[in-house]
Design a protein around this ligand. Structure first.
Ligand code: NAP
Length: 287
């Protein structure tokens, strides 16, 4: 039995869909009774559990031998995942498949990059099986700016820096594969898309697919921060995103394509053009 956390989120939801499609038994971990009910109505086993309340985890993990571990980037991420790893060990889970990040580094100025590095170390030291997936930046991050893109602008602060953008659907495909296959214990996989694009090229692909001109606006950091704050991001998240794009991306520290997705799943990862095509309606004005 596989316990899937983040089952109501993007990657975890797709992992559930793929496991269900393959007929692999799994249990979805949810924080709210109404989420459990929704999964049950679809004929999917689900259980209540909250990484902020470790006492809820032992029961949720009973009888599971694998855990798909994912949490959103917050200041609580290290505490949440550390609690999950410790509970999994107590419950006899044999292997954890964890979503980490390609830029994980304990000295990073990017808060979640530092958190993932600390959690990765904790997991490797826990005395159990693990597979660590380290994706680079998600193509789905472009949804953050979909309204601006629909108006013809891609606001960013990344200069000429580029990213080997990865589609979260490919990250989920790898996760589902390594959760159900042997041979991935104590392995770390860096996951990227097939090519490296800077923001100017990303804007040009968006223009090409939407057939509307999208211009990359390379903004000063304070203006970008204002946009992030006005669109509902916390100060912690806004500062983290500034560090991510102005230090890691503009500083040319993202990783080159690794081709691991093809090697692990036998299928090419989606290109940025594929991603925009699949979600074209999100990037054009609604009427
Ligand atoms: N964005 C990127 O470019 C990028 C790149 C590399 C790595 N990553 C990493 O990818 C991960 C995914 O982030 P995301 O924002 O995309 O996730 P997400 O899809 O929004 O999913 C988050 C999931 O975690 C669940 N959750 C939240 N708090 C929880 C708790 N206390 N206990 C149990 N479950 C909890 C949520 O449940 P509810 O529905 O109940 O809220 C949701 O199902 C992060 O660790 C991030 O650092 C991101």
């Amino acid at each position: 039995m596989i316990l899937v956390s983040g089952a109501t989120g993007g990657i975890g939801g797709e992992v559930c869909r793929l496991l269900g499609h393959a007929g692999v038994p799994f249990r979805a971990l949810c924080r709210k009774p109404e989420q459990v009910e929704r999964f049950n109505q679809d004929g999917i086993e689900a259980v209540l559990g909250d990484f902020d309340r470790p006492e809820t985890l032992d029961g949720a993990m009973q009888g599971c031998d694998r855990l798909f571990l994912i949490t959103p980037p917050t200041p609580d991420q290290v505490a949440q995942e550390t609690a999950a790893i410790d509970a999994a060990k107590r419950a006899g889970v044999a292997r954890i498949v964890k979503i980490s990040a390609s830029d994980g580094n304990v000295r990073s100025t990017v808060p979640w990059a530092k958190s993932h590095a600390l959690i990765d170390h904790h997991l490797r030291d826990a005395g159990m099986g693990w597979t660590i997936l380290k994706p680079t930046a998600f193509m789905q991050n472009f949804f953050w700016f979909k309204d601006a893109i629909a108006k013809g602008f891609l606001p960013q602060i990344a200069g000429k820096g580029s990213v080997s953008w990865v589609d979260t659907r490919d990250v989920a495909r790898v996760a589902a594969r390594v959760l159900t296959e042997e041979g991935h214990n104590h392995a770390t996989y860096f996951l990227t898309g097939p090519e490296t694009l800077d923001m100017k090229e990303a804007a040009s692909r968006l223009s090409e697919v939407t057939r509307r001109k999208v211009r990359y606006l390379d903004l000063p950091n304070p203006i970008f921060k204002l946009i992030l704050r006005l669109t509902g991001n916390s100060r912690w998240m806004a500062n983290g995103l500034i560090a991510q794009f102005s230090d890691v991306v503009a500083g040319h520290h993202d990783i080159d394509p690794t081709f691991e997705i093809k090697r692990l799943t036998g299928r090419e990862p989606k290109s940025f053009t594929d991603f925009v095509r699949d979600h074209r309606d999100e990037f054009v004005p609604s009427n």
